[in-house]
Design a protein around this ligand. Structure first.
Ligand code: FAD
Length: 297
């Protein structure tokens, strides 16, 4: 199937948005502007990533608590188990449950740069262990990570797929993928999942490119291919922010439309706390504001 902007027969897809926890008051203002702008699009859930280190982790918990208190959105808290005891993780999960948070994105997290993964002796070693631990605490909805290009530390693509299956068998109900730029990369993972008997939704993670250099650097770290055609599209745009935004919008919309033409009907969109590209993507997919904020669209 080919993507087509006039493809009107597809129902608007299910969307979720990902935010990052703010480190300063100014960043918090930007985050909440972003949340208010995207909320009227009625995402299925909104997630907040979980960083390494104390204050970033506290900021995730505070943001999730505020989402619960001040909005009608369903918050999903990312939670990593690396470097922490089981008791610490279990306490956080119990506090979320008590605050009415029902959805956890369960992850292992990354060791500090240059270090290998050495599980905490009293901790959950891998995300699959974390999922099993969360299941024992409460009836959370649990999402886990999947890697269309294979996790960089996996011994093989097969072992990585087995790991995904382990996480789903342990009680996760959905996987969200690492971002990617070629639809074929995602579709290969989807086909391998189907062949392995995985029936849970494998939701594409979409990363709109607000800053090409940043995305290129980050992609190199996490093993995501930046195709030559993408680099070419952003050439000569460094002094032309308007052009960059248009290019980024077209790239993202073409990707989601291509996936939609292949029957994908759920997308998890990274916002980096900037609403414009995610809003435009959602709009192109047919999402429209609902509720009293509709006029603000
Ligand atoms: P796992 O599923 O535990 O896998 C990690 C590696 O170990 C893989 O190579 C796997 O194949 C291997 N493995 C698993 N089990 C075993 C085993 N028993 N024996 C040997 N090898 C094994 N990071 C953050 O810090 N905060 C976030 O909020 C965050 N959000 C993310 C959201 C998404 C959608 C994605 C895709 C990633 C996110 N990450 C986040 C990054 C993630 O923490 C890293 O990619 C991390 O390196 C792996 O996490 P995981 O949950 O996939 O780990």
């Amino acid at each position: 199937p080919r993507a087509c902007l006039r493809m009107r027969d597809a129902p608007p897809p299910v969307l979720s948005f990902e935010f990052v926890p703010p480190r300063t008051d100014a960043m918090a203002q930007r985050l909440w502007h972003c949340i208010r702008r995207l909320a009227p699009l009625s995402p299925r859930f909104v997630s907040v990533t979980y960083g390494a280190g104390g204050s970033a982790q506290a900021s995730t918990r505070a943001t999730i608590a505020r989402l619960k208190r001040e909005t009608s959105l369903a918050p999903a808290a990312h939670l990593t188990c690396i470097g922490a005891t089981r008791e610490h993780i279990d306490d956080i999960a119990r506090a979320y449950w008590q605050a009415g948070v029902r959805h956890i994105v369960a992850l292992r997290g990354d060791p500090p740069p240059g270090a290998g993964h050495a599980p905490h002796p009293g901790g959950y070693a891998y995300a699959s262990d974390l999922v099993a631990g969360l299941r024992r605490i409460a009836d959370f909805e649990i999402s886990v990570a999947a890697y269309p290009e294979t996790h960089p530390a996996a011994s093989s693509p097969e072992a990585d797929l087995d790991n995904l299956k382990r996480k789903l068998d342990a009680g996760a109900t959905r996987a969200i993928t690492q971002y990617f730029f070629d639809a074929a990369t995602y579709l290969r993972l989807r086909d391998r999942c189907l062949a392995a008997g995985i029936t849970a939704p494998i939701v594409p993670g979409i990363m709109p490119i607000s800053t090409y250099d940043q995305v290129a650097r980050f992609s190199a770290i996490c093993g995501v291919t930046v195709p030559a055609w993408l680099t070419h599209l952003f050439e000569d745009t460094s002094r032309n922010p308007e052009l960059r935004r248009i290019v980024a919008g077209v790239v993202a919309v073409e990707l989601v439309r291509t996936l939609q033409a292949h029957g994908i009907n759920e997308f998890h969109i990274s916002t980096m706390n900037r609403p414009d590209l995610p809003y435009a993507i959602a709009h192109m997919l047919g999402a429209r504001p609902t509720g009293e904020d509709a006029a603000a669209g």
